[in-house]
Design a binder for this molecule. Structure first.
Ligand code: DX5
Ligand code: ZN
Length: 223
């Protein structure tokens, strides 16, 4: 597995042929599948649930599936996603009354756990749970839709989280989600991200490999 993970968001894939789309993007060099779950309540859009995750596993997808829950509440559905084959499950702390309990629940179900921060969500949610987190996901758009523009305040926020992770000495991935493109991924890497969600930037292009290769080349320039 690469050190820097490219995580295509299947939100921008063609859902009418999702299995094929996921196969193609993994063949093109993607590392993980980013799986956006929306409930028309926590965010103003509605997408996919555990059945689709399970269908991808049955289809033969073996890559990690990174489930980004944009739903409220979160606990009830976590065991379902674990059974459906999720690898990572991340959630927004505002959507869980008992953040520590939800993190434990994800681990008890055998998955890796992460917290997601909206652009305006303070990092103080990390204060007492760093040791229970495998991934920190910073939103660089307001969640709900693909194809939005990268919000620049995510860059200083990334630097702050990178410092927290490095100071902790813990093995925590730092993921960025929203508006990631070939032309900004270098500065995003330089700010400290190691996991890059990209939906429209990849699936809007005919040649997924060309985009992913170009992203990796830009990431390499930041190292
Ligand atoms: C937004 C989702 C993202 C989205 C990213 O709510 O969490 O994963 O699909 O799409 P792009 O890369 O097009 O901004
Ligand atoms: Zn996402």
């Amino acid at each position: 597995m690469n050190e820097n993970w490219i995580a295509p968001s299947i939100l921008s894939a063609n859902f009418a042929k999702l299995g094929e789309e996921v196969d193609n993007v993994l063949k093109a060099g993607a590392d993980v599948v980013h799986f956006d779950v929306m409930d028309n309540h926590f965010v103003p859009n509605l997408t996919i649930g555990p059945l689709v995750c399970e269908a991808l596993r049955k289809h033969g997808v073996t890559a990690p599936i990174d489930v980004h829950l944009m739903i409220e509440p979160v606990d009830r559905i976590i065991p379902d996603f674990a059974k459906a084959g999720a690898s990572y499950i991340t959630f927004h702390p505002e959507a869980s009354i008992h953040v520590d309990r939800t993190l434990q629940l994800i681990h008890d179900c055998g998955c890796k756990a992460g917290l997601v921060f909206n652009p305006s969500t303070p990092l103080s949610y990390l204060d007492y749970v760093m040791d229970k987190i495998d991934m920190i996901l910073l939103m660089s758009v307001n969640p709900g839709f693909g194809g939005q523009s990268f919000i620049p305040s995510a860059l200083p926020k990334l630097r702050e989280v990178r410092k927290r992770i490095d100071d902790s000495g813990l093995n925590i991935r730092l993921e960025i989600d929203g508006g990631v493109k070939v032309d900004n991924i270098r500065e995003i890497k330089a700010a400290g991200a190691d996991t890059f969600v990209a939906g429209s930037a990849i699936f809007s292009q005919p040649d997924y490999k060309a985009v992913i290769d170009a992203m990796r080349a830009e990431i390499a320039k930041a190292e």
